[in-house]
Each structure stands twice: as structure tokens, then as C-alpha cells.
Ligand binder design. Sequence first.
Ligand SMILES: [Zn+2]
Length: 147
Amino acid sequence: MLLTVHILAGSTFALALVNPYYTAVLCFATHLVLDAIPHWNYPVPKARNLKTFYQAFGPDLIMTISVFLALLVVFRDRWYLVIWGAFWSALPDYLTLYKKEKPFKTLLKPYYNFHDKVQFEVNKGPGIAFQGFTVVILVLILLGLAN
Ligand SMILES: [Zn+2]
């Protein structure tokens, strides 16, 4: 699932729940549930340099930052919930950046296997459509939470 959708979901849950402990657990768990919904992911490059990183992650990162900043503006009175939810919902993918590095490679191996196993990747068209539908639901919830 795109990082943009994860950030949007995490911030939405944090704003709805308010409790920081429930939010952390729910956002982390929901990330894995969202990964299990049919979705499209851009291919992750094998080479690790700035150019290939930007080509692969750039559009999603720009959308993620834009959504994150928009949420901070709209919910400026609850900015800390937006940051808290975004952090916990992005953490599961952030951890995968260290998949091949010691000591994470060994310590988090069961987690990495689980994260890989729950992925339900489909072709771009339906994959984007499912994510779009998820975004619509999240935005509707957010509209209910905005004052
Ligand atoms: Zn993930």
C-alpha cells in the first residue's frame, strides 16, 4: 500500500481515538491490514542511491508530505495526533528499509516475513482503485472529525 494511504489512515485513527497507546497499536496493526487489502505498489529498486530512491519513492513521498502538511493545517489544534498517527502507521514500512542490515535482519526476521506474507499486490488499475476507495472512506471520516 502506498505510504500516502498509510499516513492518511494513521492520522485519521489518531484523531478519532485520541488515546496515544491505542493509537500506536491500532496504527501499526492497521498498516498490516491495509497491506493485506488488494493494492498496487511501485517496484522497489535494488540499487540504493539517491537517484533510484527518488525515482521509486519520489511521487509517493511528495504525496505523503503534501497530505501530511494538509492534515497539520486542517487539524492544527490536534497537530500532535496527526504526527503520532502518521509515525505509527509509517513505522512498519520504515522498518523494512533495514531488512538487510544487522542487527535488524536477524532480530526482526519474523516481522519481515510476516510483512512480506500479508502483501496482496495486484495490477496497477485495480490496485490504485482499491487505494482510492480507501482514501475516500478515510477522507469521509476526517470530514466528520474536522470542526
Ligand atoms: Zn507495509
